[in-house]
Design a protein around this ligand. Structure first.
Ligand code: ARG
Ligand code: ZN
Length: 425
């Protein structure tokens, strides 16, 4: 019986990545801005999936479907863009990585003694237990909000953290994570911020000066799906009226905000990873993030949305690469964040790069959270592309042994940004 169960499990694992049959991943390294832009301009045509964002003189990792490989390679050599094959057989690689994940998951996971472990990625229920427990244990400073439910009915939970229950009109810092389901390093950086503000407050000025809103898993359906089914899932799990939607569920949350919606770097096809949705804010998960922005619009000073990978801090405008009125301050505070992270980082990690979203990664995207919040008037809005991949393996995902490190240094970036902003505003 046991053997049968094991065989079935392995069979299920192997069936999971069928869609990646024949796919390959490539390492690409644009060495001029022109090359970076050329790459970006091919995103939709070749349906490229940039798991790791490329930047000028910095390699990226891109997944390519079988039908586009010849064309993509031809394009790369015509443009003289340096490249190598990263993984020859993506399906096999993902199957292999799944076995690793399964093995790790067999180690029991729980919030032992109420603490959130940072030695491994956690399933949604562990993160939610932690959020609940913090709210219960620290009622003077913490308020749990769960007004809305995800498309599949999971609660959308965030914490409000304040010395005086948001009474004294302090500026607000809002951080969300997990908007893109597969970016597993993102939610722990947000729960770690909760930990540092509530359980281990070594920087009391941060609560003196600011009120905080921390939303660790903005896309819980997608996040659960990456744990139970498809590790590389990015979008929500909703269906809409589109003819292809039942067969291809999900909307890219970071293309669904109401800013220049569906104009750049987006797709009308639900079967792609950058589907913008049937309308702006079609996704309840995106509406939940927006509800926080709207509620505190008059005093939100910093908004950060945590993504991966790239070791980048990106700021508006990401749809057309133009600079906002506040570009100088955005850059200055961004640099303070990036430098603080670098100072806490490991030698094997990349230095952070800070800049305008489009100019830094070479492709534009409309309907993104960071642009939307800025367009509504939030002065300082950033997308963090957290560090990941390339530390000794050819794997796609940050080795769990680095989760704690990334949380520590990312929190250092947030602290430095908050202090830098405090000296300006
Ligand atoms: N990797 C992120 C994404 O594709 C980058 C978003 C940057 N922001 C922007 N407005 N383009 O969603
Ligand atoms: Zn992302």
């Amino acid at each position: 019986m046991r053997l049968l169960a094991l065989v079935m499990l392995v069979a299920a694992v192997n069936a999971k990545h069928e869609i990646y049959k024949g796919w390959k991943s490539y390492i690409v390294k644009p060495e001029s801005y022109e090359q970076l832009e050329k790459l970006g301009s091919k995103l939709l045509e070749f349906e490229l999936d940039f798991v790791k964002n490329a930047a000028l003189d910095r390699e990226g990792i891109v997944l390519v479907k079988p039908e586009y490989q010849a064309g993509f390679l031809k394009f790369l050599s015509e443009e003289n863009i340096s490249h190598t094959v990263h993984v020859e057989d993506l399906k096999a690689q993902f199957d292999l990585e799944d076995q690793e994940i399964l093995k790790q998951e067999q180690r029991t996971r729980s919030i032992n003694g109420g603490r959130m472990p940072y030695d491994n990625y956690q399933p949604l229920n562990v993160i939610y237990e932690y959020i609940d427990r913090i709210a219960e244990q620290y009622p003077e400073t913490v308020t749990l909000v769960e007004n809305l439910r995800s498309f599949e009915g999971r609660p959308l939970k965030y914490l409000k953290i304040s010395r005086d229950n948001f009474q004294s009109n302090k500026p607000v810092i809002f951080i969300d994570g997990g908007m893109h389901a597969r970016e597993w390093i993102s939610p722990p950086t947000v729960t770690y911020a909760i930990h540092k503000l509530v359980e281990n407050l070594t920087e009391p000025d941060l609560l003196e000066r600011y009120d905080w809103i921390l939303f660790p898993v903005a896309n819980p359906d997608g996040y659960s799906f990456t744990h139970t089914s498809t590790r590389m899932w990015r979008k929500t799990r909703s269906t809409d009226q589109h003819a292809l939607s039942r067969q291809c569920p999900g909307v890219d949350g970071n293309r669904n905000f109401d800013f220049a919606w569906n104009t750049v770097g987006t797709s009308n096809n639900p079967c792609t990873d950058t589907y913008a949705g049937s309308r702006p804010f079609s996704e309840v998960e995106v509406r939940a993030v927006n509800a926080v922005i709207e509620e505190y619009l008059d005093r939100m000073l910093i908004y950060i949305t945590m993504h991966s990978y790239g070791s980048l801090i990106l700021y508006p405008w990401g749809h057309d690469g133009s600079l906002s009125q506040n570009a100088l301050t955005l850059h200055r505070v961004g640099i303070a964040m990036g430098e603080a992270i670098d100072n806490l980082s490991l030698p094997s990690f990349r230095r952070y790069r800070v800049g305008n979203s489009l100019l830094t990664i070479g492709y534009g995207a409309s309907g993104a959270a960071e642009d939307y919040a800025h367009s509504r008037g939030v002065p300082l809005t950033y997308t963090y592309e957290l560090p990941g991949t390339g530390f000794g393996t050819q794997g796609f995902h940050l080795n769990p042994r680095y989760i704690h490190q990334v949380c520590i240094e990312t929190w250092g970036g947030v602290v430095a940004g908050a202090r830098s902003a405090a000296s300006i505003y």
